[in-house]
Write a protein that binds this ligand. Sequence first.
Ligand code: HEM
Length: 287
Amino acid sequence: MALFAARDRSVHSRRRRDWQPAFSPQAIRHYEEKVLLHIEELDQQLELKAKSGAVDWYESVDWCQEQIQARLAKGPAPELRDLTYYIMEKEKENNVDAGPWLRGIVCSPSWREALAAVLHELVLHPEHIDKLHAELGDTCLTDTNALAELPHLNAVIQEAMRLHPFLPTGGIRKTTDTGVTIWDVHIPPHTTARIASNRAPPSSQTGGPPRPEMVRNAAAHAPFSLGKYNCIGQHLAMRMMRYTLARVIKKYRFYHPPGVDGSEMEGEKADRFTSFAGPVPLVFELR
Ligand code: HEM
């Protein structure tokens, strides 16, 4: 059973405690060496295609994921500093075969779709591409601390995740023996509830990312969910996104090819974004 599906609190906490060391800052620093190699490969793919016209963003990301799938098929590197090996070994102790759903996470639609959302919003609001390019300036593109300090880069990522939530309907939660009252609504005991994410107005109405003056309560935006079941990979995911975007923005210009307007990811269609699997055609040009 996948970690997030473990509804028994004590089972979940025990398994999550086992996972925690795999997401410690030291462990993440170690994976980053590998992540940066994959970003380098993605960049090479983009550069090749930039020379030959339109690029479907997913096609390049899929290529990277195929490389990861192939590596997983060979079996994870048998050392405890390898994320997949560590988790599979820990889950074996819990009698769980983590292989199938771990593959789902590592090749997760979450971060690739979050990145597609950022690129989509940037193409609709290209003035932010220029602003990000200026903000990046001489920043070292592999310095995670420096990238984490860039306010516009982080605001753009957050705003794109708000407009295109990975889980538009929120995660599933079950009430305990007493039920729960939220504002004036009582949810009875032992009831499964799905919490709707904040429905965001389309970016054409908000003027695109980011609009700090529109933020009334920053805590209302929780793209990685909250509490004991929140995303354990969120710091890794944010770092991967910052590295990838910094590289792409620094090196390329990108826009929709003629006849494409991005409407596939807007309006009502955006509500189905989680399962969005269509092409995201963008033209990439070397700066
Ligand atoms: C932008 C990228 C990502 C987004 C938006 C995201 C979002 C989420 C959300 C909303 C949840 C909570 C689900 C719930 O409430 O039931 C979750 C859980 C989880 N995520 Fe992520 N995630 C991302 C990337 C990752 C990565 C890169 C990893 C690991 C390498 C990861 C591993 C997990 C795990 C293991 C859980 C279950 C945690 C638990 O139940 O204790 N996620 N994620």
